[in-house]
Ligand binder design. Structure first.
Ligand SMILES: Cc1cc2nc3c(=O)[nH]c(=O)nc-3n(C[C@H](O)[C@H](O)[C@H](O)COP(=O)(O)O)c2cc1C
Length: 188
């Protein structure tokens, strides 16, 4: 395990003023002592093509290396058409291949997400959780951080202003850190 513990933070939006990227920035400031979040940007990850999986694009190879070097993963997902955005699913698929060489295998993971809708990415989060079964990732269950009406919870500069959301993010990150340590102890 790294000291401080390294959480790789992946936001599933490429949008400059993305609420999810803003939520990831907020999480970086709310991380408990003894851990830090390193963001991974998804720009430039090519569309997955199984013909190329044995010969990965440098961006994919680098992403896999960073996932493997991290102690835990934090996904910050938007909801698109009641599911995970293609940008995020594509990155998950790219790093899961070739078969038997998935970078996600065994990683502790937490999810949060922000949307302008009322139920704050709930449907996307449950679809994302479903992928963890085959990926053999170990999710923190609670608290569920589903930030609805995101336009009311960030200021013009993209700073998270909602105190309840800040507390939930803090609780989720504390949970992820203790879960990661517990899994490492059990393995060791
Ligand atoms: C293609 C598309 C589909 C969307 N579908 C949903 C949806 O199913 N549920 C929802 O709450 N918001 C939906 N939205 C609105 C998003 O919540 C909103 O665009 C949000 O700002 C996206 O996250 P971001 O700010 O991190 O880019 C959708 C937006 C787009 C562009």
């Amino acid at each position: 395990m790294n000291d401080p513990l390294v959480i790789l933070g992946i936001a599933g939006s490429l949008r400059k003023e993305s609420y999810n990227r803003a939520l990831l920035r907020a999480a970086q400031e709310l991380t408990p002592e003894g851990a830090r979040i390193e963001p991974l940007e998804l720009d430039g990850i090519p569309l997955f093509n199984q013909d190329e999986e044995a010969n990965p694009h440098p961006k994919v190879a680098e992403m896999k290396q960073r996932i493997r070097a991290a102690d835990a993963i934090l996904f910050v997902t938007p909801e698109y058409n009641y599911s995970i955005p293609g940008v995020l699913k594509n990155a998950i698929d790219c790093a899961s291949r070739p078969y038997g060489d998935s970078a996600w295998d065994g990683k502790p993971v937490a999810i949060m997400g922000a949307s302008v809708g009322a139920i704050g990415t709930a449907r996307a989060q449950y679809h994302l959780r479903q992928t963890f079964v085959f990926l053999n990732m170990h999710p923190v269950n609670q608290p569920e951080v589903m930030v609805g009406s995101a336009q009311k919870r960030f200021d013009q500069e993209g700073k998270l202003t909602d105190e309840t959301t800040k507390k939930l993010v803090q609780q989720l990150l504390a949970g992820l850190v203790s879960w990661t340590k517990r899994l490492a102890n059990d393995a060791g």
